[in-house]
Design a protein around this ligand. Structure first.
Ligand SMILES: Cc1cc2nc3c(=O)[nH]c(=O)nc-3n(C[C@H](O)[C@H](O)[C@H](O)COP(=O)(O)OP(=O)(O)OC[C@H]3O[C@@H](n4cnc5c(N)ncnc54)[C@H](O)[C@@H]3O)c2cc1C
Length: 427
């Protein structure tokens, strides 16, 4: 086939979901179940986003029971696995799930621009092997993590901390095998003593101070994966970069792959039972914790989370995860020495998914409208999947009601979510 230089109209959809990470998958499935025609577009060759391509298989956080999140969790955790999700198996299982649910999806299909008419996105431009094509859509969901579509549509973008714009560090997650030890290390206050009295977290801090680990790698988190002798390592860390800055992804790729070798050397030389470890898998793309956040009709604040606030237009109920801000300027957490701030089970309102100045766009996943601190909690996967379900439902309801996103009737969205089994209130 000849490469087409002119942009051709490819297809028309009720809803286009951009980005097939955890939130995009939940959004696409919930919209499809409500009977609208859905196209899900993913820039890479595998679905799952951070969960698969980023090797982040520790799905954390919680929301009220009854959502698509529960189904995805059942789908991903093998019956023979006591704890973890296998990232390799997840790739196939998630793709099959989408196909079973009647979601059309395209891989290696990055959205490169939007076609705007005033404040409405008429369609998205997608790179395909035969040229850039236009896919028209009645509603568009931005589930790209980085808020690409909203930025293309001219929505207001927020990045980093209010005081200096710095974002949480990026990381490359990887797994090791060959571990002959029961050692795990899940967070900053998970203390483990060896028979000679040494403590694991102290060893990490000492190694970072003395240069055997990178100075910002003050904790080497080790999670069980469900495979014998295997650990997921969440430790590499690149501070002072921003995935939105030209060249920073490449700089991080080079530095973090070097860090993998240094961290493994530390484990092999200093931790009993880790002498024969080797890398089994590593992320295929840089793990970006934080980039664009898009301003919406409501900006979720850390105080809302800490107080466990309820909203009258709740679309995710009982979200819960600590305010986990990996330090933008060094090792550990940026707030509170030791453990991150706790949240109370909180609500996410529909307004946080409704961007300003784009009539038919819905935000999903980690780019919804929230502050730097609030984002540090709702960005985890169980919560973004519930956000995705809400986004897909809002899109389908607005197609069926033939109204703009800002004009959505909350009780229609609420009823549609409850009909899917979502619990939105404390009864
Ligand atoms: C290093 C690291 C460790 C983490 N640890 C944990 C953890 O232990 N537990 C936990 O629950 N969460 C963790 N998180 C957070 C969590 O993984 C993410 O916040 C979550 O995956 C966000 O989901 P999402 O669907 O919004 O975005 P993503 O998972 O980032 O998915 C976005 C998808 O959109 C695609 N995309 C982007 N741009 C385009 C485009 N222009 N066109 C088409 N497709 C596009 C991407 O390729 C990707 O597949 C971690 C994150 C990182 C980076």
């Amino acid at each position: 086939m000849r490469y087409q230089k002119e942009v051709m109209l490819h297809s028309r959809w009720d809803v286009i979901v951009c980005g097939a990470g955890p939130s995009g998958i939940a959004a696409a499935v919930s919209a499809a179940r409500l009977g609208v025609q859905v196209m899900l577009l993913e820039r890479y060759g595998t679905v799952g986003g951070c969960l698969t391509l980023g090797n982040v298989t520790t799905v954390m956080g919680s929301v009220a029971r009854g959502s698509i999140r529960d189904e995805i969790a059942r789908l991903l955790v093998s019956p023979d696995s006591s704890t973890g999700i296998d990232g390799e198996e997840a790739k196939g299982r998630l793709a099959e799930f989408l196909s079973r649910e009647g979601v059309n999806f395209r891989l290696q299909a990055p959205v490169v621009d939007v076609w705007m008419e005033k404040e409405t996105i008429r369609g998205v431009y997608v790179l395909t092997p035969n040229g850039i094509v236009l896919m028209e859509a009645k509603r568009v969901i931005d589930a790209t993590g980085d808020g690409y579509v909203a930025a293309m549509a001219g929505c207001e973008v927020m990045v980093g901390r209010d005081e200096d714009g710095l974002v949480q560090p990026s990381s490359l997650m990887y797994t090791i095998d060959g571990v002959k030890s029961t050692l795990t290390c899940c967070h900053e206050e998970h203390y483990t003593y060896f028979s000679d009295g040494r403590e694991y977290l102290d060893l990490c801090k000492k190694a970072a101070a003395e240069g055997r680990l990178p100075s910002n790698v003050t904790i080497v988190r080790l999670y069980k994966t469900g495979r014998q002798g295997e650990r997921l390592v969440n430790a590499t860390q690149m501070n002072g970069v921003n995935a939105l800055t030209d060249g920073d992804i490449e700089k991080s790729e080079i530095e973090l792959r070097k860090q993998i070798n240094r961290i493994n050397r530390f484990l092999q030389e200093e931790i009993p039972g880790f002498e024969n470890i080797r890398v089994r898998t590593s992320a295929s793309t840089l793990g970006v914790r934080e980039s664009r956040r898009i301003r919406g009709r409501y900006l979720l604040e850390a105080e809302d989370l800490i107080k466990g606030r309820r909203f009258e237009d709740v679309v995710v109920h009982h979200a819960n995860f600590s305010i986990d801000i990996h330090n933008p300027t060094g090792g550990g957490q940026s707030e509170t020495l030791g453990c991150p701030h706790k949240a109370q089970p909180y609500d996410i309102p529909m307004r946080a998914l409704q961007p300003l100045n784009a009539e038919n766009l819905i935000l999903s996943g980690r780019c919804i409208s929230g502050s730097h601190r609030a984002h540090a909690s709702y960005r985890v996967m169980n919560i973004v999947m519930a956000i995705g379900q809400a986004a897909g439902t809002m899109a389908a309801v607005s197609v069926q009601d033939d109204c703009d996103i800002s004009e959505l009737k909350y009780h229609h969205v609420k009823n549609a979510l409850i009909a899917q089994g979502c619990r939105l209130f404390d009864y």
